[in-house]
Design a protein around this ligand. Sequence first.
Ligand SMILES: Cc1cc2nc3c(=O)[nH]c(=O)nc-3n(C[C@H](O)[C@H](O)[C@H](O)COP(=O)(O)OP(=O)(O)OC[C@H]3O[C@@H](n4cnc5c(N)ncnc54)[C@H](O)[C@@H]3O)c2cc1C
Length: 394
Amino acid sequence: MSGLIIDRARCVGCGRCISACPAGALVLEEGTALVDRGLCTLCARCVDSCPVGAIAVERGSAGAADGWRGVWVFAQQEGGRPLPVALELLSRGRQLADALGEPLCAVAAGGGEGLTRPLLEQGADLVYLCPALSGDHRAEPAWPELLARLTAEHRPAVLLFGATPFGRSLAPRLAARLGTGLTADCTELDIDPDSRCLLQTRPAFGGNLMATIVCPDHRPQMATVRPGVLPVSPPCPRPGARVVRVEPPALPAPLTRVLGEWTADPSAAGLAGAEVIVTVGRGIGVRKNLALARRLAGLLGARLGCSRPLVEAGWLPYDHQVGQTGVSVAPKLLLAFGVSGAVQHLAGIAGAEHIIAVNTDPEAPIFSVAHEAVVGDCVEILREMIGILEEKTK
Ligand SMILES: Cc1cc2nc3c(=O)[nH]c(=O)nc-3n(C[C@H](O)[C@H](O)[C@H](O)COP(=O)(O)OP(=O)(O)OC[C@H]3O[C@@H](n4cnc5c(N)ncnc54)[C@H](O)[C@@H]3O)c2cc1C
């Protein structure tokens, strides 16, 4: 396990580390610095500030793989229900755990049966539930504490997070704390049958190739996976599965202050889990044509997504962006209007079951993944589809 090491014989008690520490984790006692490990985030600012080199961060290896067992999933919740990505991770986690012959566990907080039942149904052998914590960003400072403590006690081999804003913030802090690696934004996870290592596959070099990353020397092996990338398996409750209640950690002083809550644009809400999606690209020409795409989405009961240039132009907020650096989607039906199908965009629609693409260019790369290709002006086709659907709903 990692930690901050203070050489008390060297420390001259100048107090510079105390001013440098953003977490308030250091105090002076009897003329030498002392660290509160519960507050320390291992940011190492104190190391740089010390004029006599008395402080070091020990990036301790969690050790060899021996004795580390099981696949764990951080089950983020909202409103007392697991987020879809938690169920996606458990579905793949079950396969990984079976390949290893080891248990699958979920770690959750703040909910009751509405939270634990779906996790158990999705194949968890064990759910560690911390009822006194909230399972979302409000409990952010407490989560690394809780997970570090549970990891030290139970030594899981694999620890998976959804690449939600919360998961993306939590996972690296925990990885730094545990002195292990983290592969972000994986699109595929598997087990190497020879080494029993987690194979963590993710796009690299701007999405132009897929890299498979292993973490052979450190445990746990940590990865984040974007929502909507992995399929949810049919329920597979395990005999003897149970919930273990755990105590919350002492809350460290918060490093952030919530100034307000941002509400997502409702036409993009649930984009990752939507069954029908209308996406628009630069081919729609001018901003006012967005109204046509919104209208069509409304008539179809669909969510509205877009390519990155539309976000960059300020036409739509970021939560509409589909692709490698936006949302990954897996709808039953995707209608793409004026989207070229750049590799970074395609990375986000790989899970779509049926794609209908409209583009004036018969060579557009989107057609290589589309099930139906319509060569034509997307604005005209949008208008026509709206006309037909409005007529039908009269
Ligand atoms: C690191 C990195 C990450 C990125 N991440 C993302 C990402 O997450 N999501 C994303 O989308 N992009 C991403 N991009 C950008 C990506 O490379 C493309 O630039 C972008 O997807 C192109 O968007 P587009 O298809 O709307 O525009 P264009 O490539 O300009 O394509 C417009 C298309 O519209 C067609 N067209 C023009 N007029 C009409 C018409 N009247 N009717 C029908 N079709 C018409 C054209 O033939 C063309 O195919 C990323 C790039 C990088 C380098």
